[in-house]
Design a protein around this ligand. Structure first.
Ligand SMILES: NC(=O)c1ccc[n+]([C@@H]2O[C@H](COP(=O)([O-])OP(=O)(O)OC[C@H]3O[C@@H](n4cnc5c(N)ncnc54)[C@H](O)[C@@H]3O)[C@@H](O)[C@H]2O)c1
Length: 324
């Protein structure tokens, strides 16, 4: 099986590449080649099969990013929420024209590949009180969400036309993100766990009773890999899934943090930020995720397990990365 990861240098892309390299197989199929594409060539993980790393702009996708014979494409490259809101042209170019370029590259292949696309909870609105069913309409409240929703439609049509076999996962907010704070409006949901565990102060821009739909990196990886090999015949025309995250309050995340490291939350400063609150406040706080559950997508673990996983998987590397 030949695999390409577009956005292979990002948070989820790198983890996915490391996991595939370690497993050597996906869904029982031996991996024979992995291509990693990002703005700059991503680092190659140690693997028993060839790994090709290349850099470039997804809006002008080089043919080598999805080489002939590719079976699975993970399309993760994106300009994330607050960055796409701050720079409309950049978001549109990468999130929409980039996806268009991916469709053209898949059309050029002799055999249509499975394409796994990471859409987002941000493609919906509804806000704090919402519990959205699988057939809820996507009415985005920001440009990033609109670009993700539009990309889903293009990929669904490209599937209908036989250019690819797409599965779009509308990922919840993934916590805990290692490394540094980033430009996603949702960055603070990870920051309120990661920064105190590093011994650093961090800002909380929303109230403690603010609810959010989250998932762990471990769950997200499991879902991406399942989407790459699942039987898509039952999906019909509707290629988009809401995977089973968990709906939690910020207060519950903070309580889980304190359960894992007593008193750590003293480093969280409550500093309301109306601009951030306006973006994340539009995202629905819950989904029924009935369809994905029925298809066997595993439910996310509880918050305390999620915080412990961050400590086990990422805390030391983050400390080293940031020179702390
Ligand atoms: N992390 C989350 O909470 C979350 C939630 C919902 C959806 N998603 C989606 O999942 C995917 C992966 O998220 P992530 O957290 O790993 O994001 P990330 O920002 O870490 O990774 C995205 C990658 O895309 C690359 N990229 C940006 N512009 C590019 C361009 N012009 N050409 C080539 N590559 C380019 C970036 O360099 C980056 O490495 C994204 O599509 C994101 O929208 C993430």
């Amino acid at each position: 099986m030949k695999i390409s990861i577009l956005g292979g240098g990002g948070f989820l892309g790198r983890r996915l590449a490391i996991r595939l390299a370690a497993d050597g197989q996906l869904g029982g199929h031996a991996i024979s080649g992995l291509t990693l594409f990002d703005i700059v060539p991503p680092p190659a993980p140690d693997a028993a099969f060839p790994v090709h790393c290349l850099g470039g702009d997804i809006a002008e996708l080089p043919a080598a990013a999805i080489p002939p014979g590719t079976d699975v494409v993970f399309h993760l490259a994106a300009v994330v929420s607050a960055a796409a809101e701050a720079d409309y042209d950049l978001g549109r170019r990468v999130n929409m024209r980039g996806t268009d370029a991916v469709i053209d590259a898949c059309r050029a292949l002799a055999k249509p590949p499975r394409l796994v696309f990471t859409s987002s909870v941000a493609s919906f609105s509804g806000g704090q009180g919402a519990l959205l069913p699988d057939d809820a309409r996507q009415v985005p409240a920001n440009s990033y969400g609109a670009q993700k929703a539009a990309a889903e439609l293009f990929l669904i049509d490209a599937t209908r036309r036989g250019f690819m076999d797409a599965v779009c996962l509308r990922l919840p907010t993934i916590i805990v993100r290692p490394g540094r704070p980033n430009k996603a409006a949702s960055s603070f949901f990870s920051g309120i766990v990661r920064e105190p565990l590093l011994g650093l102060e961090t800002d909380l821009p929303v109230p403690d009773d603010f609810a959010v739909w989250v998932a762990s990196p471990r769950s997200a990886l499991g879902w991406l890999m399942q989407a790459a090999v699942m039987d898509t015949t039952s999906l019909g025309l509707d290629r988009s899934l809401n995977p089973p995250g968990i709906s939690v309050t910020v207060g519950a995340i903070i309580a889980a943090l304190d359960q894992v490291r007593q008193g750590a939350s003293a480093l969280i400063q409550r500093r309301p930020d109306p601009a951030i609150a306006a973006i994340v406040g539009g995202w629905p706080a819950g989904f029924t995720a009935t369809r994905a559950r029925a298809l066997g997508f595993a439910p996310n673990e509880d918050l305390v397990t999620l915080v412990r996983s961050f400590v086990a998987d990422d805390l030391d590397a983050t400390r080293e990365d940031r020179g702390i």
